[in-house]
Design a protein around this ligand. Sequence first.
Ligand SMILES: Nc1ncnc2c1ncn2[C@@H]1O[C@H](COP(=O)(O)OP(=O)(O)O)[C@@H](O)[C@H]1O
Ligand SMILES: [Mg+2]
Length: 278
Amino acid sequence: MQNTNMQNSILPSVKFTIAVASGKGGVGKSTVAVNLAVALAKEGYKVGIIDADIYGPSIPTMLGAADDKPKLVKIAEKNRLLPVVKYGIKIMSIGFLVDPNEAVVWRGPMAASALKQFMSDVEWDELDFLLYDMPPGTGDIQLTLTQSIPLTGSVIVTTPQEISLIDARKGAKMFEKVNVPVLGIIENMSYYSNPDGSKEHIFGEGGGKKLSEEMGITFLGEIAINTAVRIGGDEGKPIVLGKPESTEAKQFVSIARDLAEQVKNRARTQPKLPVIEI
Ligand SMILES: Nc1ncnc2c1ncn2[C@@H]1O[C@H](COP(=O)(O)OP(=O)(O)O)[C@@H](O)[C@H]1O
Ligand SMILES: [Mg+2]
């Protein structure tokens, strides 16, 4: 309902905005977000990422930009922030601007107003995709944020584990409640590949797929647990760039392609709402 209109007026030069969310923390939401961003950029799209996770802003570290700061410039007499650029991706993070220990105690409206500034006061220029790394959970803060940003859709990250799936279901329902389409479910940490090639299903098997079937949501794919994925995050070079030949990197690229196709198809087939200037 809100989305297309809001997007046209707040972020006129951004084509698609996608929230990467999870009910539960620690399931690999940020890892998935940076790898999708890098994969989309590799595919030739113009990509930006907003780190909206007030509990643990980790995008700057995961993209090797922790020591960078957005620059403040004056454009047409107005103060504007230039996003940090790394690997061709434009980045804004709560972590660039405030002490993460402070942001963690913010309430929904404060986080929402910071996020709104990321849209109104940042020079994004033309983007095909703007991804949001959302804070985990489905409480007031998350709901306020979801309603404060113009979203083409959302992607839910979960592990196959029951407690993660329960929260993922809540996450998907939250988006549906505010009319944001859930574009798909990604199952992370799906299995560990033993040296003999067999798969160890550490957190259980097939949960993500089952959830997507139950909710009628596209299953975008699964990512295995792999030390190289963790190292890529810690060292600031996502596996899609650091080890592009790995199974996990290829899987991220394939998921990114499917997601981009799905979003573009939706845009083609869905009627455009009129632009409302506010
Ligand atoms: N597929 C994976 N294989 C190995 N480690 C992973 C994988 N996905 C995430 N991790 C690691 O798990 C931890 C939590 O991931 P993170 O992306 O920060 O989760 P979230 O953003 O959901 O809290 C990080 O240390 C990350 O490097
Ligand atoms: Mg995170």
